[in-house]
Design a protein around this ligand. Sequence first.
Ligand code: FAD
Length: 292
Amino acid sequence: MKIKDLFQNGRQVLSFEVFPPKRDCPIDTIYGTLDDLAALKPDFISVTYGASGTEADSGTFEIASQIRKKYGIESAAHLTCVNTSEESMRQHLAKLKELGVENIMALRGDDEPQEGAPDPFPHASDLISFIKAEDPSFGISGACYPETHQNSKNQIEDIINLKKKADAGCEHMMSQLFFDNDMFYDFLEKARIAGIDVPVEAGIMPVVNVKQIVRMVSLCGASLPPKFTKMMQRYESDPKAVEEAGVAYAVNQIVDLLSQGVDGIHLYTMNRPEVAKKIVSAVKDLFARGDA
Ligand code: FAD
């Protein structure tokens, strides 16, 4: 099933993101995590590609395939395109097809393009056009940035580029993590005015330790509202309290987002099912199940 079809009739979607095991761990170590996440009945699970210190394709495709086959849950394989040739992209698509993966989260990736070498995929929109031309049966998702992508001069430029992504065939978007819902609402309003009418899921990351938040903010530039910073400062010397406060903050964000009618919530699980479980058990009855 294409991910875009999960959103029909106003249904609010819950999805999870996982990353493949690190290079020195066997791929099977992910299945304990997935057993627990699958029990929470998300609408789909996406699997990152080349992020978190893993090798480019260390199991992303296989895990996305098993999510469908073993757990009967829809999946999306992330795929990055910068510095990739058309031929190797063709091979990736053939592999995904062979494994029965139906949805691709099409991304540029964070690497710098190699100097002097022509790059067939300088932007995610180039990958999306390529997939559409090669095999239109894939469902295609893309990333969006409520606080503007770091390479963009300003939000208007970023949203104009995002529209190119939608026009190229991106059918569904998942947002970068954010901690200030008002920024997401402001971004979404502008995206809709720009004519981007695909479902947009809000990316939520429960912060469960202070080191993680420092790292995430330096990577993606998410701004921290004063109430969030205050909370972290108050509990930083008590890891259990930080986790409890981080989960409560994420739950509050989700309650607000769902009641404002967002299309869906994409939970960055960080492969921590116990944290996802706390969040899902607090909000699971709030998801509108269609015709809302
Ligand atoms: P693009 O859409 O290409 O955008 C990048 C920049 O180029 C932006 O400034 C944009 O405005 C501009 N731009 C876009 N299209 C055009 C155009 N046609 N013409 C001119 N300018 C344009 N990274 C990984 O390595 N692996 C992952 O699994 C992964 N998963 C992610 C999941 C989510 C939900 C998100 C939000 C990000 C993820 N990333 C992942 C990070 C992502 O690769 C980086 O944020 C990367 O820097 C941008 O990727 P993109 O697909 O958004 O790029």
